[in-house]
Design a protein around this ligand. Structure first.
Ligand code: C5P
Length: 287
């Protein structure tokens, strides 16, 4: 058995995000197309004999204690499977924090996956997905990876076959939003544009990039743009710079734009970097 493993944790974006209603448990019933992108955290997991869990990182902006979802994932895994070992986790953070990109959830998913390998537990994918759902709504998708249609809290997943590869310019403005706060303020009556998920999936199946871009919508923009109007300005600017379309990811504030021309995308990146520190040219990531 190895005592150390290195795993990658890709970010995700929501190509569509619809809310069907509020549930009795306080969560919202979602219908969302999720896509991994090749913006990755790198995680080293090491077994130790001390029986404790420690988290360290190159970033001082993430918690290094039980608040960290990767730490929660390790605790849950070790507890559930009665492991005596301790774990030392190092997170090399590249995914912006509080950004709507599931960075923390992806780290947690990578730790579950990594510990399963490291401890040779041979858990089935469904067992890992169930554990992931206990940590956060986005964790099951991060475990599954690729592209998927998610329903329920986000844990009911239907994998999607590969479609056209996406070239995306991602902009994270210099503020964070609280996911819980955005959902709390969500009011169906204030949504002006809902995604047509069926039409989106039809374009997806046909590898029709124009249709895919045209059908991207996120109902949470109705809340986050009201709090931070700058999100709408970023979307507009990206479209002016040649993107087919631009959308906020998750509860925001990150915005991604779909480009078909790499030269145009690189120029747009240069332009956006004059105003924003965190600008990334990325692609859809397939497992
Ligand atoms: O599941 P997770 O802890 O990542 O969710 C963060 C917050 O987002 C929850 O506390 C909840 O307020 C909100 N949420 C929701 N409906 C979902 C997913 C998240 O209301 N489907």
């Amino acid at each position: 058995m190895h005592s150390k493993i290195e795993v990658t944790a890709p970010a995700k974006i929501n190509l569509t995000l619809d809310i069907k209603g509020k549930r009795a448990d306080g969560y919202h019933e979602l219908e969302t197309v999720m896509q991994q992108i090749d913006l990755l955290d790198r995680i080293t997991i090491e077994l130790t004999s001390e029986g404790s869990i420690s988290v360290d990182s190159n970033s001082s902006f993430i918690p290094h204690d039980k608040e960290n979802l990767a730490c929660q994932a390790a605790a849950l895994f070790l507890d559930k499977y009665g492991c005596e070992e301790g774990v030392r986790i190092f997170i090399e953070k590249s995914i912006p924090i509080g950004a709507g990109l599931a960075g923390g959830s992806s780290d947690a998913a990578a730790v579950l996956w990594g510990l399963n390998r490291l401890l040779d537990c041979k858990l089935e994918e469904q067992d890992l997905l169930n554990l992931g759902a206990q940590i956060g709504s986005d964790v099951p998708f991060c475990l599954l990876g690729g592209s998927a249609l998610a329903r329920g809290r986000g844990e009911l997943l239907q994998p999607l076959k590969h479609s056209v590869p996406l070239l995306l310019l991602l902009v994270k403005p210099d503020f964070q939003v609280s996911t819980a706060e955005v959902y709390k303020q969500f009011n169906l009556a204030q949504v002006e544009r809902f995604p047509d998920t069926r039409a989106f999936l039809e374009s997806w199946r046909k590898c029709d990039i124009i249709g895919i871009a045209a059908h991207m919508e996120n109902v949470l923009e109705s809340v986050s743009i009201k709090i931070f109007p700058e999100i709408a300005l970023i979307k507009e600017k990206l479209k002016k710079l040649g993107a087919l379309n631009a959308l906020m990811s998750g509860s925001g504030p990150s915005v991604f734009a779909v480009f078909t021309d790499r030269v145009l995308a690189l120029k747009a990146m240069e332009n956006m970097r004059t105003s924003y520190r965190e600008v990334f040219l990325v692609s859809s990531y397939e497992k």
